[in-house]
Write a protein that binds this ligand. Structure first.
Ligand code: SF4
Ligand code: SF4
Length: 320
């Protein structure tokens, strides 16, 4: 039996909504089949008021063993580092986060806000939001660069806006069943099993990418969304086209560009109109190129691809 506690900081609840839709395994399976005891969760917890405060204090004192502490949302430090803008159970949430992280065997950050600070941490960041162990690309975050949970691991980051439900439940099962050692992490502490490949892996528009045939509108059934609509699929580490959403689709399959939500810089650019769903270019070459491709290589590749493009690549295709 592994005790799990889930708290929300500066959050929209999107990751909770996602988690409750998990299927492989489901949130119920965690309890019935994998021995996870959900001590408390904002949407599922039964304790209120003084009882909840007492339970949190019992976790901190060690009276209740805390195996897994899950945090969703940014750590809000405003105003002036006090954290008073986000109070929970009688005190600043950030103080609970610090003390619970210190006593927990594993700490898991779910979603972009908990991992990198997410949208709340985007300048000018009035809530002084940070992620648990990162602020965007900077290692450190709220708990500090050297933080390790009692089991000796840094925060396990499962980013996404929201994180895919099965990424969450599969990692929780791995940790709860004693397989945390099999969870290898990348430089941003993301489990490699999910975040080693790109969104583009498995994208049904790959042949359009190869022949440089572009989609020019959302939802179009032909064309790659990279050239005109700002798709970040070739630069974003995620399995969104391998582990499909709702078991059947993904953004790119539906004709919506990947916005790179699993990367620390999300949201990219300054969110001014015209910067998000439009490929930013310099002299006709995209500013951000597929990982590992340089400008010269890209120009050669696209020239050859355009010349070689067959007629069928221009035809409307069913891509879902
Ligand atoms: S739509 Fe995006 S993910 Fe799919 S092939 Fe084009 S650039 Fe890659
Ligand atoms: S397709 Fe891109 S933006 Fe959409 S969920 Fe996956 S990584 Fe995030």
């Amino acid at each position: 039996m592994a005790n799990l506690l889930w708290l929300q900081g500066g959050a929209c609840s999107g990751n909770t909504m996602s988690f409750l839709n998990a299927e492989e395994p489901s949130a119920c399976d965690l309890v019935t089949d994998f021995g996870i005891n959900v001590l408390w969760h904002p949407s599922l917890g039964m304790e209120l008021g003084d009882n909840l405060q007492q339970m949190l204090r019992d976790c901190i004192s060690g009276k209740i063993k805390l195996d897994i502490f899950v945090f969703e949302g940014s750590v809000v430090q405003a105003p002036d580092g006090s954290g008073e803008w986000n109070r929970f159970a009688g005190r600043a949430m950030k103080d609970w986060v610090q003390e619970l992280s210190d006593v927990s065997d594993f700490v898991v950050a779910i979603g972009d806000c908990a991992t990198w600070g997410g949208i709340p941490a985007t300048a000018p960041n009035p809530s002084e939001s940070v992620g648990l162990q990162f602020l965007k690309r900077d290692h450190g975050g709220f708990l500090g660069r050297d933080f390790k949970s009692k089991a000796g691991l840094p925060v396990i980051n499962i980013p996404g806006c929201p994180a895919h439900p099965d990424w969450v439940t599969q990692i929780l099962v791995g940790v709860a069943t004693g397989h945390a050692g099999d969870v290898t992490l990348d430089e941003f502490q993301r489990p490699k099993t999910f975040f080693q490949s790109f969104t583009q892996t498995g994208c049904t528009r790959n042949m359009h990418f190869a022949y440089k045939v572009s989609a020019t509108e959302f939802g179009q059934r032909k064309g790659c969304l990279f050239y005109d609509l700002g798709c970040r699929g070739p630069m974003t580490h995620s399995p969104c086209n391998r582990i499909l959403w709702n078991r059947q689709s993904s953004k790119t399959r539906a004709g919506m560009p990947c916005m790179g939500c699993t990367e620390p810089e999300f949201p990219f650019f300054d969110l001014a109109p015209g910067t998000v769903f439009k490929t930013q270019t310099v002299m006709g070459v995209p500013k951000d190129l597929p990982e590992g491709v340089d400008k010269k290589g890209y120009i050669k590749l696209t020239g050859a691809a355009k010349t070689a493009a067959p007629q069928w690549a221009e035809e409307d295709m069913f891509v879902v």
